[in-house]
Ligand binder design. Sequence first.
Ligand code: GCU
Length: 685
Amino acid sequence: MHYKKNIIVTILFLLFQLADSTAKPFNHASSGRETIPFNKDWQFYFAYNFEKDIKKETVTLPHTWNAMEVLKGVPDYNRASAIYENKFNVLPGWTGKRLFLYFEGANSVATVFVNNKSVGTHKGGYTAFAIEITDAVKPGENSVTVQVSNAYRLDVLPLHGDFNIYGGIHRPVSLILTAKNCISPLDYGSSGVYLKQKQVSKASAEIEVLTKLSLSDDEALSLKTTLLDGNKKVVSTLTSNIGKDQNQELSQSIKLSNPHLWNGKADPYLYEVRVELLQNGQVIDQRSQPLGLRYFSVDPDKGFFLNGKYLDLYGAGRHEDVSGKGSALTDEDHDRDMELMKELGATAARLTHYPHSKHFYELCDKNGIVLWSEIPFVGPGGYTGTGYVKDAELESNIKQMLKELIRQNYNHPSVCFWGLFNELKLNWDDPQPFIKELNTLAKQEDPSRLTTLASNLGKNSYTDLTDLMGWNQYFGWYGGKFDEVGVWADETHAAVPGKSISISEYGAGGSPFKHTEGLIRPEAKGNFHPEEWQTAFHEKHWEELKKRPFLWGKFIWVLADFGSAIRTEGDANGINDKGLVTYDRKIKKDAFYFYKANWNPEPMVYIAERRNTNRSKALTSVKVFSNVANAELWVKGKRIGKKAKNGLNTMIWENVQLSKGNNDILVKTKYKGKELSDSCVWILQ
Ligand code: GCU
């Protein structure tokens, strides 16, 4: 028997609800669980303050203390320790409840105190954790103090990386109130419900519903599990009694014939599984989880298959980082990134280099984006240092993060691949024996997904560690030439027969404010990163990659520019500018529209190099990205002529004559009777 102490707590959290306008109405009566957002009115200060009258700043979560400072381009941004304080009221009135604090992410080590007594520590900034505080609270006012540190250390991931480790409680916090008996909030920050897709085909599906329980007393309990369809109509219901020996978990099985499959972007159909814990016929707890039924496989020679059909997986890596906010993003920020991915026409994404926010996984489920999701086990890339140390503390932290990644995201149908590391090196402690352990752990936790990694070493490194592989390649940026990517892919494919390979990153820096007339190769580490080179990089890469279905994934680096304090290049220090979109998400670069024309079937026409306004050459070419058959070019009101799109959905008019002063460039086309056009002005000096 593993019963917790039967603790009676009396809580009224009216003040919580008043303090946080986003709080949902309390519906304890219907389900026994209430999740109350706890994001407003936190008092913030740095931990190096010792005076009595410390100046505290009132902040709203999500929050980071590094958001503005990194914009100045300071490589030694403040990796420190800070304090967040708040209060809540526990009033007489309720009895027999349990109370938990749930953090979606505090970067990167957080110790939580209730009434100045420590209640738990969590190491790792990108995964959720819950702490039970039932025993720590008292009637009346209670204080919560969270000490958060993003200081450099070698026993918590990430040790390295080309991105900023924004300190703070950078994801939302909530208070969870449950009955004495509940579905466990304490299983590695997960929902407590695991939907295991035992068998899925077009004809039938079998799902094991494993529910973790946290029971504090010996009542007669049962678990009712309901399968709902996309319209929330009940498909089936199953009730099981919870035996005395099942007080930690219960497994149930759902079977259905002719399931409606989750089919990526084409049809991201979601069922819902609702699990209710009943005591004497009354619902005392409830959790609802998305269920997207699908099966997938990867063939070393043919690529990725979803529900038995080939699906070309292409998209971009994404960092959770927006100019002026760092990683403290709101749902609106995540929604905007999803809109960008949809507009781009991506079928997949790589969520780099750490587990992303809960909301983003939900968006990927709903929009049918296939995901590679990974832990922050990141090496130094082209920089010095190591991402791995053979150290028991670090290894235990990495295993904890892998378990959290998998358990917290287990039910997202969008996730097909678990990423174990990125760009680890072999010239420091050899990480390979440990990665084998990680791979075994990933398989134990979740045999239904495939494991992968992202390497920047040669063809024959790391080939026996994970199910699949990926390489980060930058031909024509850090070295080499654009079209070598095709040769690289073919040679690698031949060098590791039987291994399914992908390109896990490819990209080039590009500024929408820097231009060249004609192509000039920039210095990767220089300040001049013209947009035209970035576009050409992607044109040539996609031309090569699209011909190679054996590459099971093709991931651009990166969806949007992001903060990286170690960089002193491009338009501004502190930024990696390989994004298809700028850091503030305001400008979509030309390369974005190149992919949009190729990946998104929605009819469009776009004049490339539009921002290359000041011209010195009277004879120029005009390049248009479009997915309609042909378009007509006009310069200064004069019809130049029609062009048909080529195999890369591009039209090029060569030797177009510009005249002194303003030249209105206009492209017109029609799709199904509807006019489409785009225009810009180029000025010849
Ligand atoms: C690496 C690495 C990224 C990095 C990128 C780059 O391959 O995985 O984190 O940002 O290269 O150099 O831009």
